[in-house]
Design a binder for this molecule. Structure first.
Ligand code: NAI
Length: 251
């Protein structure tokens, strides 16, 4: 058993989740990587070391969650850390989104947290632990043509606070990281959907006072802190990891 117990990471096959899984393994957790793509999960788990485990299933499929997660917890131990990171971006203004697109966005970014938490939370309660939700700068300010995503991430931040209140009596801390522009396959997909993808990428880098996009490792550092004993008195709060994006008054 690894020194800091077991960390469950959703959306661990790429981007921020993968970077966080590697960091948490280095911090001394046995990491259980959750995602959809078995081959990429296997690669990511190999990067985490021989103690890491993985399971491929769709977090928006209630039957898949029911069939997979309880057995994983039995096998690999109750969580001491949980990172709810699985997410995607479905672009469009509210009037442009189909009912399916709206529902899909909520299912992936918000309802999946509920579905995974139904099993992970009761397993964490006896020993306590720490949970981090991956929200966004979009939890604070909107992007145009991105209505469902913005709404989902606003809700993720609200949920962080609600979970923190309910977790406190059980020794469970719940916080959020709010990344700015982090160069991952998800963000690249967003740029590719724009009329001028390279202009959009350049604009994202220039928008942050630090003058660059972030990396998954930048976000993993904040996640590692929130799970660590150094954050023992930190709960119910977001940490922006955005290169200063939200600090700037536009103009
Ligand atoms: P990514 O596309 O590289 O990774 C997303 C991960 O979620 C993948 O492992 C994917 O397989 C998994 N996933 C998506 N839908 C799933 C489903 N239905 N079932 C199981 N797994 C599923 O994206 P990235 O950028 O690393 O995003 C991770 C989180 O960070 C997301 O919640 C995203 O909204 C958030 N975020 C990302 C930002 C960025 O600039 N990259 C900025 C702010 C927030």
């Amino acid at each position: 058993m690894s020194g800091r117990g077991t960390a469950y990471v959703s959306g661990a096959s790429s981007g921020i989740g993968r970077g966080a899984a590697v960091r948490l393994a280095a911090d001394g957790y046995r990491v259980v990587l959750l995602g959809r793509n078995e081959a990429r999960l296997a690669e990511a788990a190999a990067e985490c070391g021989e103690d890491a485990r993985y399971a491929a299933f769709d977090v928006t499929d209630p039957a898949a969650v029911e069939n997979t997660l309880p057995a994983l917890i039995d096998q690999h131990g109750p969580p001491t850390a949980v990172l709810h990171n699985a997410g995607q971006t479905i672009v469009g203004a509210l009037d442009q989104l189909t009912p399916n697109e709206w529902q899909r966005q909520m299912d992936v970014n918000l309802t999946s947290i509920y579905a995974l938490n139904r099993h992970l939370w009761p397993a964490m309660v006896p020993g306590g632990g720490s949970i981090v939700l991956v929200a966004s700068t979009a939890s604070f300010a909107a992007f145009p043509q991105d209505a469902a995503y913005v709404a989902s991430k606003g809700a993720v931040l609200a949920l962080t606070k609600a979970m923190a209140l309910d977790g406190a009596p059980h020794g469970i801390r719940v916080n959020a990281v709010c990344p700015g522009f982090i160069l991952t396959p998800n963000l690249q997909g967003f740029f590719d959907s724009q009329d001028d993808p390279s202009g959009a990428a350049g604009g994202a880098a220039a928008a942050a006072p630090l003058g660059r996009m972030g990396s998954p490792e930048d976000v993993a550092g904040a996640i590692s802190f929130l799970f660590s004993p150094d954050a023992a008195f930190v709960t119910g709060t977001p940490i922006l990891v955005d290169g200063g994006l939200m600090a700037r008054v536009p103009g």
